[in-house]
Design a protein around this ligand. Sequence first.
Ligand code: SAM
Length: 316
Amino acid sequence: MCKLTDHIGRSFKVLRVSLLDKCNFACTYCVYEDGLTAAIQKPVVLSSDELVDLIGRLHDVLHLQTIRLTGGEPLLYPDLPKLVTGIRQLGIHDIKMTTNGFLLAKKVSSLQEAGLRSVNVSLDALSESSFYRVTKRAGLKQVIEGIIAAQKMGLEVKINTVVMAGENDQEILPLLDFAFRHGIKIRFLELMGMGHLFGDTDSKFFSRQALLERISSVYTIDEQAKKYGDTATYWNTACGYSFGIIANDSHPFCADCNRLRLDAQGNIYGCLSSNTPIPLREVSSQKGLEAGLYAALGQKQMQFSGSEMSMLTIGG
Ligand code: SAM
């Protein structure tokens, strides 16, 4: 019997699956514009059948609670509804997706029917110019339509905003207002030193403290206790709304991390700060799978330290 828990009780309950190393946006915190063309040409590596098989084998050992589909841009993955159905048929019902939202309005209905429960939509600005500056694409209208369509379909919708000083920090209050008006949870993310930003976030870093100062200049706020395993800490406002902050850098939450990551080539990673892939695609024995999972558990750290691996590959 395999007891996959480390010395401080961390295990794997949430599997983040990066479906492909390909994206239709080129967010400056995620990729170099130059790197985009190469990334776009990378083929899909694992078919939906292969992925369901691999997720099923991991589920047998780990009794996973949640699958989060990410990428690259998961809405570019062919057969996405088939994949969601396959995961649901494994007995995993908490199926979520992180997306840039550009294709969401077109695809949300089939995904909801297949069993998708929840979407986190990355939205870093509400003005066209800031949106373009961050994403290098003109797609604000489509992203907002995607958010509204997902809400109408009854999915849980959250907004993720990566805040960069001097790039989109002026968007914090308009985004907060948008989220409150639409009854959507918004979480602001501190910039993380991944990929081309490894060791180089200082000039654009906008801290949790700075976020709280900006928000409390308008709202009276009160901190909630952080839930075990959650990445965000939430605050309530005096007018009955709430928002979250994911402060990887200034307030790390590694001590209760329950996440395992699977990339588009079938490698697992136990920690966002580790760029050592543990290949599982060719592993067929239970023993081999468990050995890989123990190695991944051993990668977990106590503090986020970043990695040269791009978020495009590991999926956030
Ligand atoms: N394409 C999808 C999207 O845009 O949400 C999914 C993939 S994206 C890599 C997953 C998450 O990583 C997004 O919420 C994105 O904002 C976040 N992300 C990417 N690079 C980041 C960085 N350097 N710092 C903080 N968050 C980052």
